[in-house]
Design a protein around this ligand. Structure first.
Ligand code: NI
Length: 214
């Protein structure tokens, strides 16, 4: 069987954003990458589409084939381990103008978990539902309101809540579809891969920033 690399229209600014705003250094992976889906919606696509669509979940490359729920379950401990012993200046100071401080990254992770909590439940309730995008930079404009402790606590609580929900999700339900206005239609399983890949993307960047080996 001929394998096509089908490209899907994924905004280069990453997951969830509504418009092409300036890209932050600590935002999301670009659309290109080594891994990807070869078939879109179960159908090999004609060659003409290959130049049009981006055929991959840009976060999948951060999973190394691991089960996304397993990765999601490991993130809280990995994150807390990285944060252990950091000083307030390390947490609150952006490494460069226009980049997020660690406190802001934690707020971003909490906000993403909030969005994903809704999207998972929305897909389970109404398969095929269209989800709302969000602009992470607009949300970040209010991040001065959040302490690092509050952001971390919120992320940890929501992650625990989502992992508990996922214990109830059946294999059939993982194929329930969602439609994102910019990313197109994909199954719940791919949303979980996105969440886990997003986790790992930020963990990798935090380790780089803190000069910590994986
Ligand atoms: Ni992110």
């Amino acid at each position: 069987m001929t394998r096509f690399v089908v490209m899907r229209l994924i905004p280069t600014i990453g997951w969830g954003e509504a418009k092409p705003v300036k890209r932050r250094v600590n935002a999301h992976p670009a659309r290109s990458g080594p891994s990807g889906r070869t078939v879109l919606f179960g159908v090999d696509q004609p060659q003409v589409l290959l130049d049009t669509f981006v055929g991959m979940n840009p976060y999948a490359s951060y999973l190394n084939g691991r089960d996304p729920v397993e990765v999601m379950a490991a993130t809280p401990a990995a994150l807390q381990s990285l944060l252990h012993g950091l000083t307030a200046p390390q947490i609150d100071t952006p490494p460069a103008p226009g980049e997020w401080s660690i406190r802001e990254i934690l707020a971003h992770l909490a906000d993403c978990e909030l969005v994903w909590a809704w999207r998972i439940r929305h897909a389970l309730e109404m398969p095929g539902a269209t989800v709302a995008p969000f602009d992470q930079d607009v949300w970040a404009e209010r991040y001065a309101a959040y302490t690092a402790d509050a952001a971390l606590s919120t992320f940890l609580a929501l992650r625990q809540w989502n992992l508990a929900l996922l214990t109830t999700v059946t294999t059939d339900e993982l194929s329930y579809l969602l439609t994102h206005p910019e990313r197109g239609t994909f199954p719940l399983q791919e949303l979980l891969e996105t969440i886990a890949g997003h986790d790992n993307n930020h963990l990798v960047r935090l380790r780089e920033r803190l000069h910590v080996e994986a």
